[in-house]
Design a protein around this ligand. Structure first.
Ligand SMILES: Cc1cc2nc3c(=O)[nH]c(=O)nc-3n(C[C@H](O)[C@H](O)[C@H](O)COP(=O)(O)OP(=O)(O)OC[C@H]3O[C@@H](n4cnc5c(N)ncnc54)[C@H](O)[C@@H]3O)c2cc1C
Length: 271
């Protein structure tokens, strides 16, 4: 049974946008009602915010993109609004990797980063060794392949700290970053193009019903939506399959590997 309010909204949308009723109906269902988490009758209105660019994910990729867009537009004298949402409670909180960082891209993105006293990239790699851990008590030293030489070139970092710093640099450029907001579903326009992302609702009980603390997510709409969710992002997977992007790009099938990494505290070091 179609709720009366939704049918009348479809009619109003069809008139105001000059669309056939069936198209307006599909658009309304995809944008407002179909995937809401609580029953339509109990759901308070969702807020909507509009940006030029919306970035989903405040990892190195999303933050680099936001910084690059802002700096390029500023040097061209153009004003663009850029919003980044991050599902972690703060930027960097979902990024756990200890990391050897090659800084060539950073030289291009933020020239002069070495002079920023706030920058956490400070420890150059000063030794490389490659070991085959043959047993708990015995290892064999192997030659380090040239592609794994870090000494004299790269830095040992906490990627989480680097992301936090990049977040601060992005905010200083005017990027709006909202941590604690996960992109829950992709919003599509009436003609099927990606129009933004809806964030998660808060205050939903285990039974899927709204609790007294319920507050609805926000519909973030943008001219450009950039999905930077990292590996196997849920929204990215949806968009990849909906628009057949792997096939369109002639991409190889995605492969995954499991690795183990140990981060050691240096003798006398603080972390
Ligand atoms: C154990 C390990 C060791 C590594 N070591 C190295 C190394 O030594 N050197 C190196 O160069 N690289 C290393 N990497 C790879 C490096 O971490 C990744 O290439 C890099 O983090 C990818 O950046 P990204 O921004 O694409 O994704 P991520 O770093 O994964 O960031 C994605 C961000 O998006 C957020 N997010 C995801 N989905 C949503 C959503 N729907 N809504 C809102 N936010 C969302 C996540 O919380 C996360 O903060 C390592 C990776 C791992 C796992």
């Amino acid at each position: 049974m179609i709720p009366v309010w939704l049918a009348s909204r479809a009619a109003v949308t069809a008139c105001s946008k000059g669309l056939p009723m069936s198209t307006a109906w599909r658009w309304l269902r995809s944008s407002a009602w179909a995937s809401s988490d609580v029953s339509a009758s109990t759901q308070p209105a969702r807020e909507q915010m509009n940006y030029d660019v919306l970035v989903v994910g405040a990892g190195p990729a999303g933050l680099s993109a936001a910084i690059r867009i802002k700096t390029q537009c500023q040097s061209a004298g153009k004003e663009v609004s850029v919003c980044v949402i991050e599902k972690g409670s703060e930027v960097g909180s979902h990024i756990l990797s200890g990391n050897v960082l090659e800084t060539r891209a950073l030289d291009e993105l933020l020239p002069g980063w070495k002079d920023d006293p706030d920058c956490p990239i400070k420890v150059p790699a000063n030794r490389d060794s490659m070991l085959w851990l043959a047993s708990p008590s015995w290892s064999l030293r192997l030659p380090t392949p040239p592609s794994m030489h870090n000494k004299g070139k790269n830095y040992v970092v906490s990627l989480s700290e680097v992301a936090r710093w990049m977040g601060r640099r992005a905010e200083a450029l005017g990027v709006e970053i909202y941590a604690g907001f996960a992109g829950k579903r992709v919003l599509y326009g009436w003609d099927g193009h990606v129009e933004g992302v809806a964030t998660n609702d808060f205050g939903i009980g285990r039974d899927g019903r709204a609790k007294s603390t319920f507050s609805p997510g926000v519909d973030l709409r943008a001219r450009v939506t950039l999905l930077a969710e990292g590996c196997r992002g849920s929204l990215s997977e949806e968009v990849i399959s909906r628009f057949d992007l792997r096939q369109a790009a002639g991409a190889e099938p995605q492969t995954y590997a499991l690795g183990i990494k140990e981060v050691k505290r240096p003798r006398g070091g603080t972390r």
